[in-house]
Every structure is written in structure tokens, then in C-alpha cells.
Design a protein around this ligand. Structure first.
Ligand SMILES: *Cc1c(COP(=O)(O)O)cnc(C)c1O
Length: 409
């Protein structure tokens, strides 16, 4: 259902509205004592973050610390193996710390510094957001408290070690199921006590306004670079752009700069073990409208509006909702969302490693897998895929559970 009255040349100026709405999605559902603080962050984002001083400082950090721009790379051997369609990867796996998350964490850290905050607070599930944020805190000389369920702490020992090395305090959360949901609540409770000195840093295009806007804008560096690089390499725009969707930050980053182009845009959700409740985390595909974690979007929920259990082989994708702008872009018909199963993602993980010498994160392997399917449907043309992160963190798991596929071509 394509809404013809949306002009994507000015879309980004008009969305979100000043209250943080993308259509009916988004907003800021925060406790009354935090409303003023979120207004302050919103104000600061409109003024400080648009100042030439902030922009040039962030640009220098991206270049000298993060190692940007990351390359765009033509996968010749993979393309040949698939047929006529040319596959290109945006190499966010080569961004410092090995994934795209640092793009918004450095922006959030710089804003915290300008606001005179002393500490960054967040929760983490698999630990990827915690590691990126701890890196930003170390860079800016800020304190960092990362709330993490005890079950996740036990499962993610290397990331816990990295956060501690980087100087963060990892605060164990020991109630309920001791995983991400409880960690979100605990981090928010702590923030309620400390918001004068601390800022809560959300790990994706999620949460109350202005975070979906801010994180999108900080991530757009990915798509802006990739669009220019692709034009320079080929003289054209790609026919399609593909990214995986957990909360939706790497997808927002690469897709947004192409919204006004004649380019097909795709988001890929994790189908996990299948469509049964609890077996996947495909929020847009199977979810319904509701409010969770301070914003309105499409989510996987029970009759009481409590989040459903979610699962994906890629722990960075298992979130029961999705950034509000993705829900809106789906309704507008501008971005199409499809699913990829664990098994398909693992196939793509092996294939990209073997054919290109690039071991992708299992999250990113979902995008690669969908691009491989899409190549078959298109027959010719080109696809740009966001390789959101590197797969070093996934190697042991994949070999233990799927080692028998090692010899397959
Ligand atoms: C966290 C993560 C994701 C999912 O987060 P989005 O906000 O949807 O981008 C994807 N890829 C990698 C490598 C991640 O670490």
C-alpha cells in the first residue's frame, strides 16, 4: 500500500514530527520525572548536534579513531557463484570494535560530554552494545555502568571481559529470568536515580524520542559513504539495498540515504527455528501494534502487552519489537521486510567465509542470505548488502553446532 503523497526528498525533514512520531509510531512514553530530561536531550540534539563544532569533532573521531570510511567491496566470487547479479558489501565489520554499533555510541558519548554528563548507562543482552558503549566511555573519559542479566553474563564471558578491560562496571541483574528484559528495567531504574549526572544510551533506533531519530542520524554515515562509494565504483546506484533488522539501526543507517532513489530497499528479520511463538524474533512480520520500552511500534506481545519470548541464532537480532520508523516505512510501502531462518543464515555464513575471505556476524549473515535469494529472483543487476559486523564472536558456536557443513560448497 504505497502512499503516493510522501515526498522522500523532504521525508527526513518531516519525520519524525517534533514529538517524535513517524505516522502513529514512536513518541516518548516516559515516567513524568523523566519527561523534562528527555525534552532537554531533544533540545540538545536539535542545537548542539547540528552545530559545526559537534559535526566536525564527530567527523574527526570517525576518521582517526573508528577508521572510517569503511570500504564498499565487490564480491566477485560470490556473485559469479550466484549467476549474473553483482553483490557488494558495505564493510561495517571493519569499523573499530567490529560492528556498526560504535557509530551511534560515539555520537551519544560526544553528546554526553557536551551536556556535562559524567556517566553512560545502558543494558546489554549479548554484550555487543555494552562493548561499543564501554569503548565510547573510555574514549571520552566517562564512567560506564552496563546492566546485564546473570544468565547473559555467564553466556557471554568474552564480552564481559572486554567491557571490564575498557573500564566499565558490569552490574549483574539477578531477578526474573536474569536476561535482557530484566536488564532493561534495572538500567532504567538506575537512570531514574542518576539522570542529573548520567545519560541512558539506547543501543538501536528504539526507545523514547529523540533516540530513534538520533541513532538513525548517527548511523546514516554508513549509507552516505556506501552510496558515494557505489557511485564511484560503478557509475550507478545499486538496484537493491539489504540490511538485517534487530532493533533496526544498521538498516536505518544504510537505507535512509537511498529513500529518495529508484532503489528497492529490504530489511531482513530473523525467522529463527520457525514461525511458532518463541521460535523467532520477526517483529514486523508477526507482531501487532503496541507500546513497549517507551515507544509505540509493532511488537511481539501477549494479551497483556507483555513482550513475548524471542529467539534467533543471532543474539543481536532477538528483540521483541522494532524501531518505529521501520514500522512506518513498511506501512508506506517504501521498505519491504522479509525473513531468513537460522539455517539459511548459517549457510550464508559459510558461503561468504569460503568464497570471499570475510567471516560475517550471524546477524549480518541474515542480510547476505536474503541477498543470495534475491539475486536468484532478480536475474541481473546489483545488490548492496550491509555487512553490519564481523563473525569472530560466532565462530566457536557455529563450528560446535554446524561443523558438519564445513566441507560444503
Ligand atoms: C546489534 C547488531 C545488529 C542488530 O542491531 P540493529 O540495531 O538492528 O542494527 C546487527 N548486526 C550486528 C553485527 C550487531 O552487533
Amino acid at each position: 500500500m504505497l502512499q503516493k503523497d510522501v515526498d522522500f526528498a523532504v521525508y527526513r525533514k518531516q519525520n519524525p514530527t517534533k514529538d517524535g512520531y513517524f505516522g502513529t509510531y514512536g513518541g516518548a512514553f516516559v515516567p513524568p520525572q523523566l519527561a523534562a530530561e528527555f525534552d532537554k536531550i531533544s533540545q540538545a540534539y536539535q542545537t548542539i548536534c547540528q552545530s559545526s563544532k559537534f559535526i566536525s569533532e564527530l567527523r574527526r573521531i570517525r576518521k582517526e579513531f573508528q577508521g572510517r570510511p569503511t570500504p564498499t567491496y565487490h564480491c566477485e566470487r560470490l556473485s559469479n557463484a550466484l549467476g549474473n547479479v553483482q553483490i557488494y558489501l558495505k564493510r561495517e565489520d571493519l569499523n573499530h570494535t567490529g560492528a556498526h554499533k560504535l557509530n551511534h555510541c560515539m555520537g551519544e558519548g560526544l553528546l554526553a560530554k557536551y551536556l556535562g554528563k559524567k556517566k553512560l548507562i545502558a543494558e546489554t543482552g549479548a554484550g555487543q552494545h555494552g562493548v561499543a558503549l564501554a569503548t565510547a566511555a573510555a574514549f571520552f573519559g566517562l564512567g560506564c555502568d552496563i546492566y546485564m542479566g546473570e544468565v547473559d553474563i555467564a553466556k557471554q564471558a568474552p564480552n564481559v571481559a572486554r567491557m571490564r578491560l575498557l573500564g566499565a562496571r558490569v552490574v549483574p541483574v539477578s531477578h526474573g529470568l536474569k536476561t535482557l528484559k530484566e536488564a532493561v528495567d534495572a538500567a532504567f531504574e538506575a537512570y531514574l536515580q542518576e539522570y542529573d549526572d548520567a545519560i541512558y544510551c539506547i543501543g538501536s533506533v528504539l526507545g523514547p524520542h529523540p533516540f530513534p531519530l538520533m541513532v538513525r542520524d548517527f548511523q546514516m554515515v554508513v549509507g552516505i559513504e556506501a552510496r558515494a562509494q557505489f557511485l564511484e565504483m560503478t557509475g550507478n546506484l545499486p538496484d537493491a539495498v539489504v540490511a538485517c533488522v534487530g532493533g533496526g539501526s544498521n538498516a536505518a543507517g544504510i537505507l535512509t540515504p537511498f529513500l529518495d532513489d529508484p532503489v528497492a530497499l529490504y530489511g531482513v528479520e530473523p525467522l529463527g527455528r520457525g514461525p511458532e511463538k518463541g521460535d523467532h524474533a520477526a517483529s514486523l512480520t508477526y507482531g501487532t501494534e503496541g507500546v513497549m520500552h517507551g515507544f509505540r511500534s509493532i511488537m511481539l506481545q501477549d494479551e497483556n502487552g507483555e513482550p513475548d519470548p524471542v529467539y534467533s541464532i543471532a543474539s543481536g537480532l532477538d528483540y521483541p519489537s522494532v524501531g518505529p520508523e521501520h514500522a512506518y516505512l513498511r506501512d508506506l510501502g517504501r521498505v519491504a521486510y522479509h525473513t531468513i531462518s537460522d539455517s539459511e543464515a548459517v549457510d550464508a555464513f559459510f558461503r561468504l567465509s569460503r568464497l570471499e575471505g570475510i567471516i560475517p556476524a550471524l546477524e549480518s549473515a541474515h542480510a547476505v542470505a536474503y541477498a543470495m535469494k534475491l539475486a536468484g529472483e532478480m536475474g541481473s543487476g546489483s545488490i548492496l548488502v550491509n555487512c553490519s559486523g564481523r563473525g569472530d564472536k560466532d565462530i566457536d558456536f557455529v563450528l560446535e553446532h554446524y561443523g558438519d557443513r564445513l566441507g560444503e560448497k
